[in-house]
Design a binder for this molecule. Structure first.
Ligand code: GRF
Length: 219
């Protein structure tokens, strides 16, 4: 638990695209709902909308372009260097579309969060909305989880459920899921900076109680 005098938590956000989740977390920090500051937004792609959003939000931002490195390992070494310059308490993946090396995951173990647009462990990987529709699911959603070496497999912290409507298509479903993303990511970050959630031996804990497989569920 943080003490009264503690400095705001230092948060580094990694993006690859539009950055709407980064913005949701940033606005919660700026409204002081989260006792944290985004000290850097790092994109692996130049010219993305998320960098413009960061600029508008007056957040320090930079690019570590993965195409400039011959291997995933070399990219991640440079990415870690860039992250470490900001001495983060927490690293937030917000639409960061790169598979991370085990070295990177281990380095930020317990302080690396991701958001994934499905009710994990269902639909790891890509095209989650399409897959939920094609399966005829009645319910879909989004998950914030701790990152482990197992892709989209780290322990869940919080999920929001989104009903699938008869006339839904990928776009309408994605939009309703994204509305929930912008609610649950700031909640998870707030819990983290308040010391309420942690990862221990591959399980997520909330107020020192092991969370169930789904994490905390909102609907
Ligand atoms: C979100 O749908 C998130 O769940 C997924 O990537 C997307 C990022 O959107 N991991 P944005 O860049 O935050 O707008």
């Amino acid at each position: 638990m943080k003490t009264e005098q503690a400095e705001p938590s230092r948060i580094v956000v990694l993006i690859s695209g539009s950055g709407s989740n980064m913005q949701a977390v940033a606005e919660s920090c700026q409204k002081q709902e989260i006792d944290g500051d985004i000290v850097a937004v790092i994109s692996n792609r130049p010219g993305v909308a998320g960098l413009e959003r960061a600029q508008e939000l007056n957040l320090p931002h930079q690019v570590v372009d993965h195409t400039e490195y011959p291997t995933r390992e070399e990219f991640d070494v440079n990415l870690m260097r860039a992250i470490d310059e900001h001495s983060p308490d927490l690293v937030v993946l917000a639409g960061f579309m790169r598979i991370l090396t085990p070295d990177l995951v281990r380095r930020y173990k317990g302080k690396l969060l991701n958001i994934h647009p499905s009710l994990l462990p269902k639909y790891k990987g890509l095209h989650t909305h399409k897959r939920a529709l094609e399966a005829g699911d009645k319910q879909h959603g989004v998950t914030v989880h701790f990152v482990s070496e197992d892709l989209d497999g780290g322990p869940n912290i919080i999920q929001a459920l989104v009903p699938i409507l008869d006339d839904d298509n990928e776009h309408t479903l994605q939009q309703r899921v994204q509305t929930q993303e912008h609610i649950i990511y700031p909640i998870a970050v707030k819990w983290f900076v308040e010391g309420r959630i942690s990862m221990l031996k591959g399980d997520a804990y909330f107020d020192n109680q092991a969370l169930p497989e789904n994490g905390v569920q909102l609907n």
